[in-house]
Design a protein around this ligand. Structure first.
Ligand SMILES: Cc1cc2nc3c(=O)[nH]c(=O)nc-3n(C[C@H](O)[C@H](O)[C@H](O)COP(=O)(O)O)c2cc1C
Length: 421
């Protein structure tokens, strides 16, 4: 790579970095509210401030194909870094990821993509617009997991458990072209968004509202090759509920998957708040008396589940889930056109999901994902075949107007995901 005459030979001083540091902190607090499987929050953000790390980030971003407006990792037209540019590197934190099922790899990228969308939107609203993105695709025959030691050369401050997913160049604009209060509005919506596993009103969601949710996306999600399908016909919804009734017990009967899921279940809200991740039992089953909480905790423990599985307990739980799904007025299925998507496509799919979920929140709709039907390839294929869903469906969820509020799930502090390198 030839280095640009404006390249960042001299990184900004600590004082020069202060405005971006402030903006990044704010953005990380808002992005921390993103949804993630099991609320595992598998993301990390590295901010290169040292000369070597900045240079490495700049070199990577400049690898993004130039001159092709359709190139997937080109967000706008910039080339060559400026001394005032900032970089962030989104990473998957291997210590926080789910691994018990192959499908979790997609869920982790989707979760990180949702985080990225909200992070970059929050930065844009503070005057730091995304100039370029370079997605890190694992080289053939190598897992992303193996790449961080040898690639990229980000120096020894790069956290050992992090695998880089994409490098973003941000360009400061003196007067961001956004109305006052937009950041506060985004924060409000991100706080209001949550998974609501309670009952929804049975009335249909107006078609115009559904169209609004599927409207073209912005930010990283802009132009992503994603299809959004709403299942609203009685036959489609019944087929979906039938599938849940038949296969919804898989997670409970899969030893490793259930052990991993159970490791995210917290006894009560206090434990959940202290850990900052996972979900208290009340998040899954609604408010509980102490004796019921103890009984459920015991019934769901992996050792008990192993025994109860032989008595068909996982099938009882599947039928219970199907009973919640059946009266829901709409189901949304979001898919990638490519049946074997790479890192970039999957992250952008997650970004699209974040945009969709925030829009739904703004119009008073709630979501409750039902991922068990996507986590096993045979079931996912049956679902896609039955409902004519092309490509790779990566998210499926109940959608409707909730009848009750739902408590907020815990979060780690936003800044805990951010490291300077
Ligand atoms: C890719 C993905 C898959 C998810 N799958 C499920 C699921 O199968 N069942 C469920 O109850 N919640 C699911 N969730 C919701 C998460 O559990 C939820 O986002 C997390 O616990 C944080 O809670 P919040 O969304 O209320 O902030 C999923 C979320 C994501 C991003």
């Amino acid at each position: 790579m030839t280095s640009s005459p404006r390249s960042t030979a001299r990184p900004p001083s600590a004082q020069g970095r202060a405005p971006f540091e402030h903006a990044l902190r704010e953005a990380a607090e808002i992005a921390a509210l993103s949804p993630s499987s099991h609320n595992c929050q598998p993301w990390g953000v590295a901010w290169p401030t040292g000369r070597g790390a900045r240079r490495a980030a700049e070199r990577l971003v400049d690898r993004a194909p130039a001159g092709d407006p359709e190139a997937p990792d080109r967000v706008s037209g910039g080339t060559g870094g400026r001394a005032t540019d900032e970089y962030v590197i989104l990473a998957l934190d291997r210590e926080r990821e789910l691994t018990s099922l192959p499908a979790h790899a997609v869920e982790m990228l989707v979760s990180c993509g949702a985080y990225l969308q909200i992070l970059l939107r929050s930065l844009a609203l503070q005057g730091w617009s995304t100039d370029r993105i370079h997605f890190v695709e694992p080289r053939a025959g190598r897992q992303t997991r193996d790449t961080h030691g040898t690639w990229p050369p980000l120096g020894d401050t790069w956290p050992v458990s992090w695998s880089p997913l994409c490098v973003v160049r941000l360009r400061g604009t003196d007067e961001p072209d956004v109305p006052d209060g937009s950041l506060a509005e985004l924060r409000r919506t991100a706080l209001a968004r949550r998974t609501n596993r309670g009952p929804y009103r049975p009335e249909a969601v107006e078609p115009a509202v559904l169209d609004g949710l599927s409207a073209p996306a912005t930010g990283v999600a802009e132009g992503a090759d994603v299809t959004v399908r709403h299942l609203v016909a009685d036959g489609e919804r019944a087929a979906f509920a039938g599938l849940v009734a038949r296969h919804g017990g898989r997670d409970f009967s899969h030893r490793q998957a259930w052990r991993e899921t159970y490791s995210f279940v917290r006894r009560d809200a206090a434990e959940a708040a202290a850990r900052g991740d996972g979900f208290p039992l009340s998040q899954l089953f609604g408010p509980l008396s102490t004796p019921r909480r103890h009984a459920l905790s015991l019934a769901l423990a992996p050792t008990t589940m192993r025994v109860l599985r032989h008595a068909g307990y996982h099938r009882v739980l599947a039928r219970q889930l199907a009973r919640v799904v059946r009266p829901t007025p709409a189901v949304v299925a979001i898919g990638l056109a490519d049946a074997s998507p790479g890192v970039g496509a999957t992250l952008r799919g997650g970004a699209r999901l974040a945009e969709y979920w925030l829009r739904a929140t703004e119009v008073g709709l709630a979501l409750h994902p039902v991922s068990v039907v996507l986590q096993h390839d045979d079931v996912r294929k049956e679902l896609q075949d039955r409902l004519g869903l092309p490509g790779r469906t990566f998210f499926v969820s109940r959608l409707g107007r909730p009848l009750t509020d739902f408590p907020r799930a815990p979060r780690r502090l936003g800044v805990r995901a951010v490291r300077t390198i």
